[in-house]
Design a protein. Structure first.
Length: 304
């Protein structure tokens, strides 16, 4: 990892006081602020470097570690412990493992190049026969977009992550935002370490006809005035196909009917479904003929 000289970035010596650091930061921050250099990428980069340097040097604990360990200041305590363990091992200590007694986080969140340099400087080059440390590979995160119809049915789907084709079976009933883990499908481990994992988040697109709430579906169905008044049938779409539903006489506008078991499949529960709730919307006739107007007038007169 290349050494970053925070003092040089701020134009200061190593014995600079906190006031010196603050003054230098303010001066340079004004000069390279993105608002004053909107199209200057170099100024933007310089501004980020200035902020990083200021963050480290104005924090007494961070500055002490930086002054002591240089480029490895973030891992200063581990560096010191490892050197102590190595010294004990060389002098005939009980353990020959320089890492025993403290832990590293192998979650894949560190830069592997940074660790490579870090350990090589402590124990020598890997090519020189030094001990190689295993690191877990990075976790990958991916979003898979599905239609509501696709989420309704168990199916297989192939997608590409980091140049690798992966085929998975998607169970019916997955939720929007639901996340699954594919163990070992992430980044490759370092020095024989385990692979990371692949996390897939499902993004289900809104449907034009159905609204999903948990395991239940909601829809609106138009019926004409005559069917609402006299009764009859209407055909309702479901994901499992079309079904005929009887409409009672004198059905009011916005009446809700429940179709049991015609909703969404319950995740990983074979044969179990939610319900479909349909709101009946009565459409009034338009462009009435003279005869129709006359008949409606007669009906209106009968109600008087």
């Amino acid at each position: 990892m290349a050494f970053v000289d925070y003092y040089k970035i701020l134009g200061l010596d190593k014995d600079a006081t906190q006031d010196d650091i603050k003054k230098a930061y303010r001066k340079l921050a004004r000069k390279y602020h993105p608002d004053l250099n909107p199209d200057d990428e170099e100024a933007k980069k310089k501004f980020q470097e200035i902020n990083e340097a200021n963050e480290v040097l104005t924090d007494p604990e961070k500055r002490q570690k930086y002054d002591q360990y240089g480029e490895h200041w973030k891992h200063g305590e581990a560096y010191e412990q490892a050197q102590q363990q190595q010294s004990r091992s060389a002098s005939g200590g009980a353990s020959g493992n320089p890492f025993e007694g403290f832990d590293f986080d192998y979650s894949g969140n560190y830069d592997t190049g940074e660790f490579s340099d870090f350990f090589e400087q402590m124990f020598g080059s890997r090519h020189g026969g030094g001990r190689q440390t295993k690191f877990r590979g990075n976790d990958y995160h991916s979003t898979l977009e599905l239609t509501l119809q696709q989420a309704y049915t168990t199916h297989q789907q192939t997608f590409t992550v980091n140049g690798k084709n992966i085929r998975i079976t998607i169970p019916a009933g997955v939720e929007n935002g639901q996340k699954i883990k594919l163990s070992g499908q992430g980044g490759e481990g370092i020095n024989g370490g385990p692979n990371g994992d692949l996390y897939i988040t499902f993004s289900i697109k809104p449907d034009a006809h159905f609204q999903r709430k948990g395991h239940d579906l909601y829809a609106v169905q138009d019926i004409d005035l005559y069917t609402a008044l006299l009764g009859g049938e209407t055909v309702i779409d479901t994901f499992a196909g079309k079904i005929k539903v009887k409409i009672k006489r004198e059905t009011q506008n916005e009446t809700k009917i429940r179709l049991k078991g015609k909703g969404f499949p319950i995740y990983k529960k074979e044969g179990q479904f939610g319900d479909l709730y349909v709101t009946l919307h009565v459409k009034l006739p338009t462009d009435l003929s003279d005869k129709e107007k006359e008949l409606f007038q007669q009906l209106a007169n009968l109600k008087k």
